[in-house]
Design a protein around this ligand. Sequence first.
Ligand SMILES: Nc1ncnc2c1ncn2[C@@H]1O[C@H](COP(=O)(O)OP(=O)(O)OP(=O)(O)O)[C@@H](O)[C@H]1O
Ligand SMILES: [Mg+2]
Length: 174
Amino acid sequence: MPNPEPRTPGRESVSGPASELRLHTATPEQTEALGRRLGGLLRAGDVIALSGDLGAGKTVLARGIAAGAGAAGHVASPTFTFLREYHGAVTVYHVDLFRLDRPQQLEDLGLDEVLDGNGIVVLEWAEKARPLLPPEHLWITIRFMNGEDTRQLVFSPKGARYADVVARLRSRES
Ligand SMILES: Nc1ncnc2c1ncn2[C@@H]1O[C@H](COP(=O)(O)OP(=O)(O)OP(=O)(O)O)[C@@H](O)[C@H]1O
Ligand SMILES: [Mg+2]
């Protein structure tokens, strides 16, 4: 039997294309603004997983998310080198796993404590933390498109909470 054709182009999509949202931005400012809109829909306990190549715009988006959630500026974590904390009405934990070699390191570093915490967690290079991610999260892949500043952002919600967030993001699009 031949293999069936894949039904979705995005490999990360397990919730199906119906709940997926694809948006394009043309500038870093647009990506940050999109992050702010998303951040405004989030609450403590939410987990946002970012994936995309070097320079795709993960940090730009994360900054927007923090601002939209009401947390501005950032401080280095006193405890963890891979962690920045944005403080405000809610704490946003911005985790960058680029330098991570082994998933076991994450447990050594205490990522599970951050994920169990009371803030919003935004993870860059989230694929490196996949075994530790809660089953429900919002996965966002950022891709380079034709034109050096154009990016495609694919929002793939895992679970009802994030399907709702993405539906709200979609409805405020127009
Ligand atoms: N549409 C766009 N959205 C976001 N960033 C853009 C866009 N167009 C150009 N850029 C530029 O791309 C770069 C994105 O940098 P950023 O640090 O956010 O990437 P990153 O994905 O976090 O990379 P890294 O994996 O190295 O952490 C910035 O220099 C930004 O100005
Ligand atoms: Mg970055």
